[in-house]
Design a protein around this ligand. Structure first.
Ligand code: ATP
Length: 431
């Protein structure tokens, strides 16, 4: 009977078959320990030379790292370790021998590993991160539905930009000239909320910024959510709820992954216990000055500033109400102070950096048009967007969360390139 390693605990004492790959092998010549993985987990399988046929022993000897195999045996509980199982091999088939697998179980340089990303994905660490990524995406979809958001999705080819064209990738588009790869679906889901109330899109977005940091990809996955009749405070509540839901789901389901990554879950548990800190942009700048930063009022926060602001915090920190002058045209002006907008950035703890950017959107036709003109954006291209303020405009807000930023924080990966199966970076397009 073929079973999955993740279900092994139900089969103690029984003979079962596993199908997978060899992760690692040790052999004394009389007894062989083969660590097998099948995608759902890892298990030690054991063959004693005297107890198996000559053919099986030869096949085991020929099995190299990453060879594919089918192994049958009796499941036993590890004599000392809790929740650890072994398989005493009774039958064995080498499906395909992997000759000279290039990635050994030792340290390799990052460029080598990136060149071999198609194989590197099989390592335990990458397996754990892929699974955390899946859990993050699942949690996002689940939480949003509990908050009555439905998934609508946005186009990837777009004729205009959310925030100017300097960070866009152009693509030739038949007789219609140039299209751009979307850098956010926000404007489109703003249209969709007038149909369904609350919605979100979830897909790849593209940024042609030459940012060579550990937190920037040129292609990353973003979830944009937008809600009709959602004001600034409600927007923050939804964001906090989302981050907590993601963390809760990972804590519940990723114990093994955290162990593999040597990720201490305690700081994540603490995040669930308290409300997130809220600073206005102005207070954040004051606080940063107290902490020794030389940031000027009106500047965006750098990596170091984000680190400083969260270093003693158990919970992520919202920085809200930024100067209008450094934020995009669609953000709603704060009625209590016309120089600032009703927006927020959410900064993760443990050097996770910015994970969410959100805002209440300008819902007044005249004010929105004024902002488009001030920013010298092509008015005609935004006609469909300003239309939304002509036909039943309502207060509304939304935000975008970067999946890989979230995965990076939760998995404590040093570099974001490990947080997406095939990273696209300024200097990396392969494999
Ligand atoms: P940053 O200041 O870090 O470059 P941003 O202010 O440009 O980010 P937004 O436009 O608000 O980011 O995008 C929303 C979210 O998408 C961010 O909070 C972050 O989680 C994620 N994100 C933005 N740019 C990138 C990128 N280049 N690579 C990976 N994730 C990103």
């Amino acid at each position: 009977m073929h079973i999955l390693i993740k279900n092994i605990s139900h089969y103690v004492g029984q003979e079962i078959t596993l199908k997978g790959w060899l992760y690692n092998k040790r052999s004394s010549g009389k007894i062989a320990f083969l660590e097998v993985r099948d995608g759902t987990g890892f298990i030690q399988t054991v063959a004693v030379k005297d107890n198996v046929s000559e053919q099986i022993w030869q096949d085991i000897e020929k099995t190299t790292q990453e060879s594919s195999l089918e192994v049958t045996g009796i499941v036993s509980k590890h004599p000392k370790k809790e929740n650890v199982y072994e398989l005493q091999i009774t039958s064995y088939e080498l499906l395909q021998q992997a000759v000279d697998y290039p990635i050994a179980l030792k340290d390799h340089g990052p460029e080598f590993l990136m060149d071999n990303r198609h194989l590197w994905l099989r390592s335990k660490r990458q397996w754990a991160i892929l699974r955390i990524r899946d859990m993050v995406e699942m949690a996002i979809n689940e939480y949003l539905h509990t908050e009555n958001f439905i998934r609508t999705d946005s186009p990837i080819f777009t004729p205009n930009a959310c925030e100017g064209t300097t960070t866009l990738f152009p693509v030739p588009y038949f007789d219609l000239g140039e299209a751009y790869l979307s850098q956010s679906g926000q404007l489109y889901i703003e249209a969709a909320i007038a149909s369904v109330g609350r919605c979100y899109d979830f897909g790849p977005v593209f940024r042609a910024e030459k940012s060579m940091t550990k937190r920037h990809l040129t292609e990353f996955w973003m979830m944009d959510a937008e809600g009709a009749f959602v004001g600034h405070d409600e927007n923050l509540r939804i964001q906090e709820g989302l981050v907590k839901a993601i963390i809760k789901k990972c804590l519940e389901n990723c114990t093994q992954e955290f162990e593999i990554l040597e990720r201490n879950p305690e700081p994540l548990k603490k995040v669930l216990e308290k409300s997130f800190t809220r600073y206005t942009y102005e207070d954040a700048i004051k606080k940063l000055h107290e902490l020794g930063s030389d940031i000027q009022y009106g500047e965006d926060l750098g990596n170091d500033d984000e680190g400083l602001l969260t270093k003693d915090s158990d919970v992520p920190v919202f920085i809200e109400k930024w100067p209008k002058s450094i934020k995009p045209f669609y953000m709603k002006i704060d009625a209590t102070n016309p120089d600032r907008v009703l927006n927020d950035d959410l900064i993760a703890i443990e050097n996770g950096g910015e994970i969410i950017g959100g805002s209440q959107r300008e819902d007044n036709f005249d004010l929105l048009l004024e902002r488009i003109r001030e920013e010298k954006l092509p008015e005609k291209d935004y006609e469909w967007y300003t239309d939304l303020r002509k036909y039943g405009s309502v207060p509304h807000s939304g935000f975008g969360i970067g999946v890989e930023r979230m995965v990076r924080w939760i998995s404590q990966a040093e570099h974001i390139r490990e947080c997406i199966p095939f990273p696209r970076l300024v200097n990396r397009l392969k494999p």
